[in-house]
Design a protein around this ligand. Structure first.
Ligand code: 6CS
Length: 384
């Protein structure tokens, strides 16, 4: 089990600069310098997390009337997701995104969000579950034990496999080195499918695919576009097995020591961000897929998509449809996985739930049961 009390890694110059500026102030400003809140994200600019952090920055700077400046650090500038989490725990960062695929090493119960076929296929159902106050309170108790404050829990979209061959059933994963985030549950999940699961930081995935050190990876569409994974793999499969769920978090001490006014400002901003990010992630799935098709044409690469894309096709204008799809000689669509095929993956996922109950921490059973019951309730409500 990983803990936070490892020796801190050297801070990057950008972070030191910002600390010095915050203390010393800048010469061209007669008034006291704004206080700086640092917000690290696990993704690059233009991503879902970036849009979240940039909107947080806009709202906080506006509401504080310039008394607070928010600096957003994209992935790589302060290290990997694991480094960011450590810096948040130590109070070097005030805010950060912390995804279960990485934070799950420190809060094992959080790996429940990595289980396949647990959540609904309906976005609105998943959204209702993730916003359930009792679930958020339960998880926040676990964050508190690690010196963190859970601010929000949200989906960044449906997970998609990119590979160099067709994957329709677990047997197709055989001899596939498949990159996953560094959580034990993700290793168990893809090993259960028959792949050789390979943990690796996000920033290394593109080169590893390019150099054939790995044969595939899994991420939402916007990430496949932003990180250019489509340029180094030739199949995209939408198995409808999971969403990429992430969390926004703060350093607990920083959060509790805020004045009541500032804490309310943070809480209100986080509440405003919920509908904002839900719409952003939806839009980025559509925009991302368009960009992938443009990029694949530009690079003159083959791409086969296995998924139900009628929603996407319906959003294209006639000229976009002609250019990106009908006249795209190197694009092919293949039939989405049917229920029998998905059932084979679902069956293998059953054993991973057992692994979660063993390694998912003291409250694994409680967290899993709570989520299952919330999903059922929200499904029933959605069906009227
Ligand atoms: O696959 C990963 O490692 C990353 N994927 C996303 C969509 N966000 C952050 C994370 O590190």
């Amino acid at each position: 089990m990983h803990t936070f009390n490892r020796s801190p890694r050297p801070l990057v110059p950008a972070l030191l600069c910002s600390c010095l500026l915050a203390v010393g102030g800048s010469c061209d400003r007669p008034h006291p310098s704004p206080r700086v809140w640092r917000f690290a994200i696990e993704e690059s600019t233009g991503s879902v997390q970036d849009q979240y952090a940039q909107q947080f920055k806009r709202l906080i700077e506006e509401k504080s009337e310039g008394a607070i400046r928010v600096e957003v650090y994209p992935v790589g500038s302060l290290g990997t997701s694991t480094h960011i989490t450590e810096q948040l725990n130590m109070g070097i960062l005030e805010f950060a995104m912390a995804s279960p695929g990485s934070l799950g090493k420190f809060i094992p119960e959080l790996q429940v969000f990595l289980l396949h076929f647990l959540f609904s296929e309906r976005d609105e159902v998943t959204r209702a579950v993730l916003n359930n106050p009792a679930l958020n309170r339960l998880l926040d108790d676990l964050y508190q034990e690690k010196g963190l404050k859970l601010l929000s829990l949200y989906s960044e979209g449906e997970m998609v496999w990119t590979t160099n061959k067709e994957i329709r059933e677990p047997a197709d994963f055989r001899a596939t080195k498949f990159r996953v985030m560094t959580s034990p549950i993700l290793l168990a999940a893809y090993n259960a499918y028959g792949a050789s699961a390979t943990p690796m930081p996000y920033t290394e995935v593109y080169s590893a695919l390019q150099l054939s050190m790995i044969d595939g990876q899994v991420n939402p569409v916007f990430a496949i576009e932003r990180q250019k994974f489509y340029a180094v793999t030739s199949w995209m499969t939408f198995p409808k097995h999971a969403h990429f769920i992430t969390t926004a978090a703060a350093n607990r001490r920083f959060y509790t020591e805020l004045s009541d006014r500032e804490r309310a400002m943070v809480d209100d901003t986080i509440a405003e961000l919920e509908p904002f990010i839900f719409n952003v992630q939806r839009q980025l799935q559509l925009d991302g897929l368009k960009e992938i098709l443009k990029g694949q044409q530009r690079l003159n690469r083959d791409l086969t998509i296995c998924g139900e894309l009628s929603g996407f096709l319906a959003c294209l204008s006639p000229s976009e449809r002609a250019q990106l799809v009908d006249q795209n000689a190197r694009l092919q669509f293949t039939r989405p996985l049917n229920e029998d095929e998905r059932e084979k993956f679902r069956k293998r996922s059953g054993e991973v739930e057992e692994v979660f109950l063993r390694v998912g921490g003291d409250r694994a059973e409680e967290v899993l049961a709570r989520i299952k019951s919330l999903v059922e309730q929200a499904e029933n409500a959605a069906q009227g």
